[in-house]
Ligand binder design. Structure first.
Ligand code: C5P
Length: 241
C-alpha cells in the first residue's frame, strides 16, 4: 500500500487493484481552513461508520457512490475516481457562511433547498463559485454541473427524510463528487458530522441541539458525545446495532 494523498481528515492509499483505493479516516479535526486544529477521540471510526452507512443508504436509492466496503473501523474501500475540485453545499436552513455573507438569520427555513458550489482551493480560502466561473475555470462541463445539481438535490431529499427519522434536522451539508474511468459522476469523500450541520430535533436550546463539527468550531464542548449520538441514532434507525 502506498500513501497517495494525506488531507486534513483522511489519508488515501493505493491497493493492489488500481481501480480500488483505501481511505483511512483520521481523528484529527481542523476548522477555519486549518487555522484551528485538534483531535476528536474516535472521530475516524465514527465518521467512517456513518459515511459507510449513508453511502449504502444512498446506493439502495439508486444514487451511485464510490463506496465499496469497510474492512476495518477506520478504513473504507472505495472505487478510484478523479475528484472534481468543487464542494457542493446543499442548505435547507440558514446557518454558517450563508448567514455571515447574506445577513439571513440563523435558523431561517429556506423556501427551497439551496445548492451552492465552492472552489476547493485552500490558498484562495475555498471561494463560492458561479456557474460561469466554473465553466471559465474548466472545473466541470455544463452537463456535469446539471448532473451535480440534480444529484445533490436527490441526495438531500433522501438524507433529510432519513435524518428526520433519526430525530435529527439536516440543516446543510457538503458533498464531493468524482469521475470514474467511464466518466460517470460518483458521490465520493464522506458524509459525516464533519461535513453536515445536524440539529437534535428534541432539543430547543440553540447550543445544546448542535450534533456536528460546529461544537468543535465554536468550542461548545461534548464534541465526542455528539458524534457518538449521531452514530447511535443512525445505526439503530438502520437496525445495524
Ligand atoms: O461554512 P458553511 O456554512 O459554508 O458550510 C456549509 C456546510 O458545508 C456545513 O455543513 C459545513 O460543515 C460543510 N463544509 C465542509 N467542508 C468545507 C466547508 C463546508 O464540510 N470545506
Amino acid at each position: 500500500m502506498e500513501k497517495l494523498y494525506e488531507g486534513k481528515a483522511k489519508i488515501i492509499y493505493s491497493t493492489e487493484d488500481p481501480e480500488i483505493l483505501l481511505t483511512h479516516f483520521k481523528d484529527d479535526a481542523t476548522a477555519f481552513n486549518a487555522q484551528k486544529r485538534g483531535t476528536i477521540t474516535e472521530k475516524g471510526a465514527i465518521n467512517c461508520r456513518i459515511s459507510s452507512a449513508l453511502f449504502q443508504l444512498l446506493e439502495n436509492q439508486g444514487l451511485a457512490t464510490h463506496y465499496l466496503d469497510q474492512p476495518t473501523p477506520q478504513q473504507m474501500r472505495v472505487k478510484s475516481v478523479t475528484i472534481l475540485p468543487l464542494e457542493v453545499v446543499v442548505r435547507n436552513i440558514a446557518a454558517g457562511s450563508l448567514c455571515r455573507e447574506t445577513g439571513l438569520e440563523q435558523g431561517t427555513i429556506l423556501p427551497f433547498p439551496l445548492v451552492e458550489f465552492y472552489y476547493k482551493k485552500d490558498e484562495l480560502g475555498d471561494p463560492i463559485l458561479t456557474r460561469d466561473r466554473i465553466l471559465i475555470l474548466n472545473l466541470a462541463s455544463l452537463n456535469q454541473l446539471e448532473q451535480l445539481q440534480t444529484k445533490a438535490l436527490a441526495i438531500n431529499t433522501h438524507l433529510k427524510t432519513f435524518f428526520s427519522q433519526c430525530g435529527i434536522t439536516l440543516v446543510d451539508f457538503k458533498l464531493e463528487f468524482g469521475l470514474d474511468k467511464e466518466g460517470n459522476l460518483l458521490l465520493a469523500d464522506e458524509i459525516s458530522p464533519d461535513t453536515c450541520r445536524l440539529w437534535d430535533q428534541n432539543e430547543p436550546d440553540p447550543e445544546a441541539r448542535v450534533m456536528d463539527k460546529d461544537r468543535f468550531r465554536q468550542d461548545l464542548g461534548k464534541v465526542e458525545n455528539a458524534y457518538q449520538q449521531v452514530q447511535t441514532r443512525i445505526l439503530s434507525q438502520l437496525q445495524l446495532t
